[in-house]
Design a protein around this ligand. Sequence first.
Ligand SMILES: [Zn+2]
Length: 255
Amino acid sequence: MKNLKIFAVLAIALLMVQCQEDGIQTTEQETAAVPEAIIEGLKAMGLDTETKEVVATERGYLVEGDMLIDAETILDPARKSSKHERLFNIISCRNSKDITVNNTIPGINDEVISAISDWNSIFNSDLKLRLVSSNNADLFISFDARNQGSSFLPNNGNPATDIFIDPTLYDFLDEPRRTLILTFVLKHEIGHAIGFFHTNEDFIRIPGTPFREAASVMNSQSSGIEGFQTNNLTTADRRALTLLYGRDDATSICE
Ligand SMILES: [Zn+2]
């Protein structure tokens, strides 16, 4: 497993050198082969590895376009049954009650606040996100050039550690559309950070929620930025959050 990681890092390093020579700046390489064990592990997690190619990046594997998952998580021998997979990727009940978020991109503070308050507004959910400036925050939102938005998933009961985004990619949009779409993207990435997969691609579904919902904030966006959704959380998104992190620990899915 370590060897795989070293190989991936080397491949990225080589590619970055090549790109620099070509005068192209990129932080992510796109051609390193993804080991078969990784693809199988992702499939076992219920993730789609075919519609959108799995990409090896310096941070981890980019899956379904915007979910970052590291090799250790994918290959963890503790993940045995698919029933257990879902639990592995959500936050523990206890940790969900105060998730501190440090937004390190000053220009998007209003959008981050708005995205956070939407997730916090769900009456029957105990999950709460809190914006802080501490270096010990649970979750960091950081600038990453040419990244439309990506997020890690929760791991072992802890919230995801990082969301990455390049807000300047949205600057070509007129207001208020720029703000609406940017807020939507942040809301969507926070959704991954607290344990949601894509509503329109999941194989493993949260019990009691619809398989597909056209307006869900957690739909993956296949069109360009102009075509991204701007919705708020739907009734089903809200119900899903309540099922994961409901007021009553005894009946919610989190442990
Ligand atoms: Zn996504």
